[in-house]
Design a binder for this molecule. Structure first.
Ligand code: BYC
Length: 472
C-alpha cells in the first residue's frame, strides 16, 4: 500500500488518489529494480548515514539519519511556486506559464522528461559495483548518497509522467525501469549512460563532468513554461550540487595525493610504483568524460532544440541573464566540418541552442579545472590539467565520424589509431587502476593510498566518523 506518510512530499499525495494508484503499481517495481540494479552487496546489512529530503525549505530538506538503503524514503518535491510566473523565452514569451500540458506539446515534453528520467536510474546501474572497491567509508557514503538521490530524481520524473501524461506516462514510467545501462537489447537512451563505471577515478570524473551536464540540462528545463517541470527540476538542482561536489573534491583529493607522491618520488611523474594515479592517467580520464558529456548536449545544429526553445519547453541556462528572449533573427557562429575541413558556419541561433547550452557547460567545467590546477600551484609544480578541444572524441554531432587531437587538430584515421592511447584510457590503464583499487577500505578514518582525506566530514562529523555501519 502506498502511504503518503512514508513518502515525503509536498504535492498533497494524501489527497491525490490518481497519483496514489499509479504509484501503487510502480513503486514495488522500483524497489525490485533497486534490489536488482542498485548498490550490490549493500542492501541488507548496512546502515548508511545519508540525507533525506523531507521538505523544500532550506532548513528542512537536508535531514540526516542512518538508513538501510532499500528503506530510504524517496520523496516527491517541487520547489515553491513563483507567484505570477510568466514564460521567459520563445514564441510565448510573457504569457502565463502552464499548469497542464498543452496537447500540441505533449509528445515533445514527454520525450524531454523521459530522456531526463532515463539518465537517473542509468547512473545507479553504472555504479552498482563500486562499493566493493571503495577508498574509504566517507567515499562509500558519498557514493550511496548520490545513488539514492539519483533514485529520487527518477521519482521526480515519474511523478510528472504519472500526473500529466495519463496512460502513456504510466507506460513510460515502467519503461524507465526496463531499460538497462549497457544492455545490448534495451540500452539507456543516451550513450554516456551505457559506459561502465568500474573505477573510482571514473566515478569522480562522471560526477564532475556528467553530473554537470545534469546541472546544465536541469537549469535549462527549470526555465520551462510547463510550471511543474520547472519546479521539479529546480529542486533537483539543489541535490545535483552535492553530486558535483563529490566529483570535484574527489579528483581534487586525488590530485593532492598525486602531488605528494610526486614530491616523494623526487618530482618524478612516474608514481605508479608508489601506487599513485599519475597525471597522464588523470588527463586521459578528463578527456574521456568531458567528451562523453559534451555529446550529451546533442547535435550542434538541431531543429529539435529550436522547437523546444520556440515553444518555451526548454530554455537556456540562466535565461534571465540574456537580453533577447525571443531570439528570432540572430545568428550563431559555430564550427562544422565541410569537405573534410573545419569551417565556421552561421546558423539561426534557435537551431544552435544545444551549442549555446554547451558553451555554458564548457565554461562551468573550465572553472572546476582551474580550481584543480590551484593545487599544483600550491605544490610549486608547473603541471596543469586541461579540457580537450570540444571536437575531440565526439560521437554525436558535427564532429562525430572525424578524428581530432586534444588541441582540435584534425587527424587521419591511421594517426588517430596510432595515437589514441596517448589521450584516452586503454586496457593497461584500466588494469592498473583496478590493481590499486582491488580492495575496499572499511576502516573509519582510513583512506586508500591514491587519495587524500577530505578537509572535513559530512554535516560537521569528523572525517573518521563511521559513515556506513555493518549490522551482524
Ligand atoms: N546519445 O537534435 P538532437 C543527468 C539523439 S544528465 C544518443 O541533437 P536533441 C544526469 C537524439 O535523441 C542530463 N543519442 O537531439 C547526470 C535525436 O534522436 P532522434 C540529462 C543522442 O533532442 C549524471 C538525435 O540524436 N538530461 O541528468 O536536440 C547522473 C538528434 O539529436 C544523443 C537531458 O538529457 C546522445 N548523447 O538533444 C544522473 C535533458 N544526443 O529523435 C543524471 C533532456 C542526441 O533523431 N534531453 N541524440 O531519434 C534533451 O534536452 C535532449 O533530448 C538532448 C538531445 C540534449 C539529450
Amino acid at each position: 500500500m502506498i502511504s503518503a506518510e512514508k513518502i515525503p512530499n509536498n504535492v498533497d499525495l494524501h489527497m491525490n488518489k490518481r497519483l496514489q494508484r499509479a504509484l501503487e503499481h510502480w513503486q514495488p517495481h522500483y524497489i525490485q529494480w533497486w534490489h536488482d540494479m542498485g548498490p550490490q552487496g549493500f542492501q541488507h546489512y548496512h546502515q548508511v548515514y545519508v540525507r533525506t529530503a523531507v521538505s523544500v525549505d532550506p532548513s528542512g530538506w537536508a535531514h540526516f539519519e542512518f538508513v538501510r538503503l532499500p528503506e530510504y524514503r524517496w520523496g516527491i518535491f517541487l520547489a515553491d511556486p513563483v507567484v505570477n510566473r510568466t514564460i521567459g523565452f520563445g514564441d510565448f514569451f510573457g504569457q502565463p506559464v502552464w499548469q497542464e500540458v498543452p496537447g500540441e506539446f505533449r509528445n515533445q515534453l514527454r520525450r524531454l522528461i523521459v530522456t531526463q528520467g532515463d539518465t537517473e536510474p542509468a547512473s545507479v546501474e553504472q555504479q552498482r559495483w563500486l562499493g566493493h572497491r571503495c577508498p574509504s567509508l566517507y567515499d562509500l557514503r558519498n557514493l550511496f548518497q548520490v545513488n539514492v538521490e539519483e533514485g529520487r530524481h527518477l521519482w521526480a520524473m515519474v511523478y510528472l509522467l504519472h500526473s500529466y501524461f495519463g496512460r502513456d506516462g504510466r507506460d513510460e514510467a515502467e519503461e524507465l525501469l526496463a531499460r538497462q545501462s549497457g544492455n545490448r537489447d534495451k540500452p539507456r537512451i543516451l550513450e554516456a549512460f551505457n559506459e561502465p563505471i568500474d573505477t573510482w577515478l571514473d566515478f569522480f570524473m562522471f560526477t564532475m563532468f556528467t553530473d554537470r551536464d545534469g546541472k546544465s540540462q536541469l537549469l535549462s528545463l527549470s526555465e520551462s513554461s510547463l510550471d511543474p517541470l520547472s519546479r521539479t527540476t529546480r529542486f533537483m538542482l539543489t541535490e545535483e550540487a552535492h553530486h558535483m561536489f563529490v566529483g570535484e573534491t574527489g579528483i581534487a583529493r586525488i590530485v593532492e595525493r598525486t602531488c605528494q607522491l610526486m614530491k616523494e618520488a623526487g618530482f618524478s611523474e612516474d608514481i605508479r610504483p608508489l601506487g599513485g594515479i599519475d597525471l597522464p592517467m588523470l588527463q586521459k580520464h578528463i578527456n574521456l568524460w568531458f567528451s562523453l558529456s559534451l555529446d550529451l548536449h546533442g547535435n550542434e545544429i538541431s531543429t529539435n532544440a529550436a522547437a523546444y526553445f520556440a515553444n518555451g519547453l526548454k530554455g537556456r541556462a540562466e535565461e534571465a541573464k540574456w537580453d533577447d528572449h525571443r531570439v528570432v533573427d540572430s545568428n550563431y557562429t559555430l564550427e562544422t566540418v565541410s569537405d573534410g575541413e573545419v569551417v565556421s558556419t552561421d546558423v539561426p541561433t534557435r537551431n544552435a541552442m544545444n551549442e549555446v547550452l554547451r558553451d555554458w557547460y564548457v565554461e562551468d567545467c573550465q572553472a572546476g579545472v582551474n580550481r584543480w590546477n590551484k593545487i599544483f600551484e600550491r605544490y610549486g609544480m608547473s603541471d596543469r590539467l586541461r579540457l580537450p578541444d570540444r571536437k575531440f572524441n565526439r560521437g554525436i554531432g558535427q564532429f562525430a565520424g572525424f578524428h581530432f587531437d586534444p588541441d582540435g587538430r584534425m587527424l587521419s584515421d591511421e594517426e588517430w589509431a596510432r595515437r589514441r592511447d596517448e589521450w584516452l584510457p586503454n586496457a593497461a590503464d584500466k588494469a592498473f587502476l583496478m590493481s590499486i583499487m582491488n580492495a575496499s577500505i572499511f576502516e573509519a578514518g582510513r583512506f586508500a593510498n591514491y587519495i587524500a582525506p577530505p578537509q572535513r566530514g559530512i554535516k560537521g562529523t569528523p572525517v573518521n566518523f563511521e559513515y556506513v555501519r555493518t549490522e551482524m
